[in-house]
Write a protein that binds this ligand. Structure first.
Ligand code: CMP
Length: 149
């Protein structure tokens, strides 16, 4: 490991998203991942944009409006997986709410990284299921409120 990467790896080790990674894989993610910062109000990804990577929030918070509701994303949470896994344009705009620092993994590295790190793939699956359930419950709740047709 190079001395330059050591503080970067220590920071990534504290992000729950990466907690099961081996030291070698942490080093790899520190090498392939790019840190970026965004100011409050700045879009990080924009709905309908094509291309781009996976984002992991290292600090700050962001909001995403999806399915008629605003969702808040905080440190350790990820976004951008839908366009990558579905080969589709971005499904929503994600906007920085506070000053935000992200680690972004470019599309070309994403699948090989998941295949090498099943624990990260499972974390992403869990997040996707959680989001799906939230939308499902909201639809059911709205339908119940409307009563029988
Ligand atoms: P993607 O479509 O690539 O870009 C916008 C991102 O917003 C999307 O991936 C998800 O990561 C995120 N997103 C979409 N819907 C929701 C939701 N209901 N809750 C939280 N995040 C979401």
């Amino acid at each position: 490991m190079t001395d330059e990467l050591a503080p970067e790896i220590e920071a990534l080790r504290k992000v729950p998203f990466f907690e099961d990674l081996t030291p070698e894989d942490l080093e790899r993610i520190a090498t392939i991942g790019r840190r970026m910062t965004f100011r409050p109000g700045e879009p990080i990804v924009a709905r309908d944009d094509v291309g781009g990577g996976l984002y992991v929030l290292l600090s700050g918070s962001a909001t995403v409006e999806a399915g008629g509701k605003a969702h808040r994303l905080g440190p350790g949470q990820f976004f951008g997986e839908m366009a990558l896994l579905g080969h589709r344009p971005r499904s929503a705009t994600v906007t920085a709410e506070e000053p935000v620092e992200v680690l972004t993994v470019e599309a070309m590295y994403f699948r090989p990284f998941l295949i090498k790190n099943p624990s990260v793939a499972v974390t992403i699956l869990e997040g996707v299921v959680e989001r799906l359930r939230e939308v499902q419950e909201r639809i059911e709740h709205d339908q119940a409120g409307r009563g029988p047709s």
